[in-house]
Design a protein around this ligand. Structure first.
Ligand SMILES: [Mn+2]
Length: 309
């Protein structure tokens, strides 16, 4: 598969690399991992990372260059459907490669490399590099490792396999500083720590479901952005009595974004009922009303009852 990517890269002088909106560690890790790999292997090519910058102390900013998209190759990482692609111009590019690990809903690429048995787009990329015996720079390996680390939630979710750990080991063989990556990806400041404690105090339990409804005024009081607040669903993770958990975050324009998580219960079809989607055990939806929240909670409880039968 890497051969096909290499063949396409060699046909173009400009390569635009995209990721999904509201990028997480895997989105940025796969984007900047690919950018750094291409830049190192083909130093004369113009390689641009495209997307709206979000504050992050680790990954670089995107590039602000004018591009003739019609003569460019687009590589789109970690993005299941075209609506979630961050940035413009990809659909004007001469060829499009999709590299992803979400269940297939939209094969928008000319070349689609998707493996939904992996836990990260960074894992898909690392597997290809490993199978191809690529020698990576420390920078490339570090970006990919950071993405794999975040999407696998520190190698703890059901999709983590022997292959994931082999990919991690391959990346680490290029000198990745494991502790530094862990701190860069998971350290929080005191403000966020206070907000997490506030969220924990707001948890509502119903059967094996836990959920939090957080309003704009609540996160703003802690100086937390909507994007950051939305990531905090994991304050309900790793509790024996909680099988499924949801964070409902009020959107700046009103209504709520839902982040659905579970240990072993498939939930992404429930997210789909509310216009969203994602992975089996980690999915999301937007624009839920307070009434939708009640409905979603009931569907989750019913699903857990069904799966216990
Ligand atoms: Mn991902």
């Amino acid at each position: 598969m890497l051969d096909q990517i290499i063949e396409l890269i060699e046909q173009f002088d400009t390569i635009c690399i995209y990721r999904h909106i509201l990028p997480d560690g895997d989105a940025k890790g796969s984007q900047f991992g690919m950018k750094s790999w291409i830049k190192n292997k083909w130093p004369d090519k113009k390689v641009v990372a495209i997307g709206k910058d979000t504050p992050n102390s680790f990954f670089p900013d995107c590039d602000q260059e004018s591009i003739d998209f019609s003569k460019a190759l687009a590589i789109i990482c970690d993005t299941s459907n075209r609506e979630r692609i961050d940035g413009e111009g990809w659909d004007q590019c001469a060829k499009v490669i999709k590299i992803d690990h979400h269940p297939v809903v939209d094969s928008y690429g000319d070349l689609n490399i998707v493996d939904d048995t992996t836990c990260a787009a960074c894992e898909v990329i690392a597997q290809m590099f490993m199978d191809h015996h690529e020698t990576l720079t420390l920078e490339t390996a570090t970006y990919l490792y950071c993405g794999l680390l975040t999407d696998s939630q520190k190698f703890s979710i059901p999709t983590v396999s022997e292959r994931s750990l082999k990919a991690a080991s391959y990346l680490v063989s290029f000198g990745v500083d494991i502790q530094k990556c862990n701190l860069k990806m998971f350290s929080i400041n005191l403000k966020e720590y206070g907000f997490e404690n506030y969220l924990r105090s707001k948890v509502i339990y119903k059967d094996s479901l836990a959920y939090i409804v957080v309003n704009k005024a609540d996160y703003e009081k802690y100086g937390i952005t909507y994007e950051k607040a939305k990531e905090k669903v994991n304050v309900m993770a790793n509790v024996d009595e909680i099988e499924s958990y949801v964070l409902y975050t009020e959107q700046p324009e009103g209504n709520y974004a839902a982040s659905f998580r579970s240990k072993r219960t498939v939930l992404n079809d429930i997210a789909a009922h509310f216009g969203g989607g994602g992975h089996n055990f980690a999915s999301g939806a937007k624009n839920l009303t307070l009434e939708d929240i009640q409905k979603a909670n009931q569907e989750l409880i019913d699903r857990m009852h069904e799966s216990q039968k």
